[in-house]
Design a protein around this ligand. Structure first.
Ligand SMILES: *Cc1c(COP(=O)(O)O)cnc(C)c1O
Length: 457
């Protein structure tokens, strides 16, 4: 094949598909896309592929245009049973949080205006009293996410100083967030103490020098070490910190403020316990088990919080008004004692097994004989509560004899106009009702029947 067999830009532009589309889009955009596609085709012809026809290029431009024209990220239905699913955007928000976010973005707000005094105010002023109620900490600072909070905290307090960390807590959270790397970025020097499995308070004490800037404790969110293990408690570290006037920094990770044991889950450290046990600053995420929008929260001693606030990085890492509004509404649910009823992830965690069983049987009735109801396990996800699962009932789909079998079915569910994300177990597709909102059920069931090549109902 020859490069001169490639269609010309003009021949694509005059094709019927493109002429039909061009009205809705600027000519420049269409021409650019056509050029890009032809350029790509040139590459594949050079490596021996067949040249596309003008119509094929036009079709692929049409697909690109519809993709560009879509609001992104697109809503998907999460039937994986993973409650805080990082790839699916972590925590879905409460209606009140969404309301707050809409209000904050529709028009102007008092984001940094003190209405009473008629003077400039702080964007932190609205959430600070809520965080104080919730965690018992005197002061707080909300930033872009927990990674940002940690980077800011370490930069502001420990640049050029030593930070003591247990070897068992030099963890990787994922997405390149590794505790030793964050320390390096902040300009702090990592001092490792203890061993992978056992670190004692005495190890920290023995490592203190004139240049120690902090004792850092990190919750190993996403893995579990069992057996011959020991970690120093926050209280022990706080005692040492007090005696040597060194701040104790505690990254608790998921931002869980409810007692997970009441939901038959392992204990997850809470910011309020950490503050009560004497941590100087506690760091956590807003969009994991707190159930709010992406954000990072630091609570603790006012003098330390002031150092973070006045560090130049604070401006670079600050939270935007929309997330801040959503976070304030989420925090208010806790303060009002309505978190389990209002915050979607807690509603999902708290859904009874009986209700899930009923829903699974209802799905089965509509899907038909290819569906079976089985006991299953939902997971918390978001790199929190590793290995912890919740009893659930799932619907498994027998895909034998269906086009593409389970891979075909899962792909067709993903290609649905509202994509549906399930999982494959063995040769079956498995759907967990726990993470599917009631209002999504009808869409899901129609798409499942279609993916199984069953008639519409
Ligand atoms: C998730 C997590 C982080 C990172 O938080 P983001 O809000 O995702 O930036 C940091 N530390 C721990 C222990 C975590 O679990």
């Amino acid at each position: 094949m020859e490069l001169r067999d490639l269609p010309s830009v003009d021949s694509v532009l005059t094709s019927r598909t493109i002429r039909g589309l061009a009205e809705g889009y600027s000519r420049d955009l269409v021409v650019n896309l056509v050029r890009e596609r032809i350029e790509e085709a040139r590459g594949s012809v050079r490596s021996g592929g067949p040249p596309p026809t003008a119509d094929e290029v036009a079709d692929s431009v049409a697909v690109s245009l519809t993709h560009l024209d879509r609001v992104y990220p697109r809503p998907v239905i999460n039937a994986t049973g993973v409650i805080v699913h990082t790839n699916l955007g972590r925590a879905p928000l409460s209606l009140e949080s969404l309301d707050g976010m809409l209000q904050a973005s529709e028009g102007y707000t008092d984001l940094e205006l003190d209405l009473e005094a008629g003077k400039r105010g702080s964007r932190q002023a609205h959430v600070a009293p809520l965080l104080k109620q919730l965690t018992g900490a005197e002061a707080s600072l909300v930033v872009n996410n927990n990674a940002a909070a940690m980077l800011l905290g370490l930069s502001a307090l420990a640049r050029g100083k030593e930070v003591i960390v247990s070897r068992g807590e030099e963890v990787e959270i994922g997405g390149g967030f590794r505790i030793p790397d964050v320390l390096l970025q902040s300009g702090a020097n990592l001092v490792e103490v203890g061993t992978t499995n056992r670190t004692y308070a005495e190890d920290y004490r023995a490592a203190i020098t004139e240049n120690t800037g902090g004792l850092l404790k990190v919750h190993a969110s996403n893995f579990r070490v069992d057996g011959f293990v020991h970690a120093a408690s926050v209280r022990e570290l706080a005692d040492i910190g007090d005696r040597h006037e060194i701040p104790v920094l505690h990254d608790v990770g998921s931002g869980c403020v409810l007692d997970t044991r009441e939901f038959r889950l392992a204990h997850e450290p809470t910011p309020q316990d950490s503050i009560a046990e004497g941590a100087s600053l506690v760091f956590f995420s807003g969009d994991k088990l707190l159930g709010g929008p992406q954000s990072g929260i630091v609570v603790g001693k006012p003098d330390l919080i002031r150092k973070l606030e006045s560090h130049p990085l604070a401006r670079a890492l600050r939270i935007d008004k929309v997330s801040l509004a959503g976070l304030a509404a989420t925090l208010l649910h806790y303060v009002k004692g309505e978190a389990i009823a209002k915050i979607p992830i807690w509603r999902m965690i708290n859904t009874s097994v009986g209700e899930l069983e009923d829903r699974a049987y209802h799905w089965q009735t509509i899907i038909g004989s290819r569906a079976a109801v089985e006991e299953g396990r939902s997971t918390i996800g978001g790199g929190s509560l590793p290995g912890e699962t919740l009893e659930t009932w799932v619907v498994s789909l027998d895909c034998e004899g269906v086009e593409g079998k389970s891979q075909g079915v899962i792909k067709r569910l993903r290609d649905n106009s509202t994509p549906i994300i399930g999982r494959i177990e063995g040769d079956q597709v498995v759907l967990d009702p726990r993470t599917v909102f009631l209002e999504e059920e009808d869409t899901l069931l129609r798409a499942v029947r279609e993916a199984l090549e069953l008639p519409r109902y």
